[in-house]
Design a protein around this ligand. Structure first.
Ligand code: ZN
Length: 247
């Protein structure tokens, strides 16, 4: 099976379009949350993802605030402004779709669990080894896919000696996985629509379970177009600037 794994699109239609053009064939689409918030094309992104009929999709923290499930008390000023703007833009069908997205973690199949932040808590950030170690206790599949930090990466836990390692993939990065159950993985595909690893290209992962290979991809897109849309929408200018720097 070939899985296309996307997270944190954040209303960026140009980035999503480029990713789908780059990876036209897959068996299952898995989405790890944060469809919307930040950029200027929320309805278009929701409609595109709905049409793709993901095998599994869960909500992110921005999806909750943009659809009124939560009030955004813990958001910074730019995030809250964009969430309020997004909520006003959403048409009723899309608003209802986002409101009804399930919380993670979600067990997709016997091999894969998905979550937005961590399998411990959908809003928790897995940044360091300690976060990963705690998170490994909270799922029972070989692989757990997570997003939320907008930084691609891979934690590996070898059950025999409890050691684990972290790689930050650069450009195209391919790794062979041990799917025998002796080794477990926490994998972050990075962000499609607002990368924060100093690389502004759209980030995603393809998992091939027949070959036991994971591929991290970096895909260029028309950032200038996304930036102009943000500038024309009265969204905070910072949200446009950060797309250019990728942080
Ligand atoms: Zn996000």
């Amino acid at each position: 099976m070939r899985y296309l794994i996307l997270s944190d699109i954040h209303s960026n239609l140009e980035a999503l379009t480029a990713v789908l053009a780059h990876v036209p064939e897959y068996d299952h689409l898995l989405f790890l949350g944060d469809l919307i918030g930040y950029a200027a094309t929320p309805n278009e992104v929701i409609q595109r993802v709905r049409r793709l009929k993901p095998t599994a999709i869960i909500r992110g923290n921005h999806d909750k605030v943009c659809s009124g499930v939560e009030n955004g008390d813990n958001f910074n000023a730019n995030a809250l402004l964009s969430a309020m703007w997004t909520k006003e833009q959403l048409n009723p069908r899309n608003l209802e779709y986002v409101r009804s997205l399930p919380a993670g973690p979600l067990r997709v199949d016997p091999l894969i669990t998905i979550c937005h932040g961590s399998p411990m808590d959908e809003d928790y950030y897995i940044l360091y080894e300690n976060d990963a170690y705690l998170s490994f206790q909270c799922f029972d599949t070989t692989i757990c896919l997570f997003g939320h930090t907008h930084v691609p990466g891979l934690f590996v836990l070898e059950e025999r000696n409890s050691s684990f390692y972290y790689f930050i993939p650069r450009d195209r990065f391919e790794a062979k996985l041990d799917l025998s159950g002796q080794t477990r993985y926490l994998i972050n595909p990075g962000s499609v629509g607002q990368p924060r690893d100093y690389d502004p290209r759209a980030s995603c992962v393809v998992l091939d379970t027949d070959q036991a290979v994971i591929t991290f991809l970096k895909i260029p897109y028309d950032i200038g177009k996304t930036v102009r849309r943000i500038q024309l929408s009265n969204l905070p200018g910072f949200l446009a600037d950060r797309l250019l720097s990728g942080v």
